[in-house]
Ligand binder design. Structure first.
Ligand SMILES: [Zn+2]
Ligand SMILES: [Zn+2]
Length: 221
């Protein structure tokens, strides 16, 4: 069930009444304003403000992006003394301890290709860390399936381009032509098409594929 954005914001504000000192409220509100239509950030802030703050200085100054792969973000919530690590995706958010306490799970290190905990901590303090950008504005993330630039779209993503005709893969007729059928009715056909697609070479996400740059006859649904 998806909670509506206004409800998330109201929930965050209610928690801020307790967590954020009066004189810092405007600053905390500025951050909320930046992410007001970004579900991922709002779910994250909501989670933080309901479970973590234990002292008056523990309110969120920034949301940083430590890493991102296949629509899964490794983010840090920055407070005065702490950086709290979260895994966040459309599926929800998961708390992974404080940066530096070495609590991060091995599967996560592997998934994001960190060599070890030390590598994770060092890189999380280095140049590759940026402020998390609201997804609507982040040209390096597919607006539909969240693939990053250079990654393959989730199969079925409407933004993926067809490697045979260059059109919109979910709408052109190439899938039928390649399989020699009029329609795809079975899982087996879909699997076979995926194999053909990979042999041909899928076209990874690139910023110029964003719908605002596409021809007008491209459909989003
Ligand atoms: Zn996509
Ligand atoms: Zn095609």
């Amino acid at each position: 069930m998806q909670v509506d954005l206004d409800e998330l914001i109201a929930g965050i504000r209610a928690a801020m009444d307790y967590a954020v000192p009066e004189e810092k409220r405007a600053e905390a509100e500025d951050l909320l304003y930046i992410y007001q239509d970004d579900r991922l950030a709002l779910v994250l802030l909501h989670e933080f403000y309901h479970f973590l703050p234990n002292a008056g200085e523990d309110w969120v100054r920034d949301i940083q992006q430590l890493n991102c792969r296949q629509g899964i973000f490794l983010l840090a919530l920055v407070t005065a003394q702490h950086r709290y690590v979260y895994l966040a995706s459309d599926e929800g958010v998961e708390f992974h301890g404080e940066l530096g306490d070495g609590y991060i799970a091995t599967e996560l290190l592997d998934f994001f290709a960190y060599e070890n905990v030390q590598d994770f901590i060092e890189r999380s303090r280095g140049d590759e860390v940026t402020n998390y950008e609201p997804l609507r504005l982040n040209v390096n993330i597919c607006p539909v399936c969240r693939a990053a630039t250079g990654e393959y779209h989730a199969l079925g993503c409407v933004v993926e381009l067809c490697p045979w005709c260059g059109g919109q893969l979910v709408h052109c007729s190439c899938r039928h032509d390649q399989l020699g059928v009029d329609s795809i009715d079975s899982e087996a056909q879909l699997v076979k098409f995926e194999v053909l697609l990979e042999e041909r070479g899928r076209i990874p996400y690139a910023p110029e594929q964003r719908p605002s740059f596409l021809q007008e006859d491209w459909e989003l649904e």
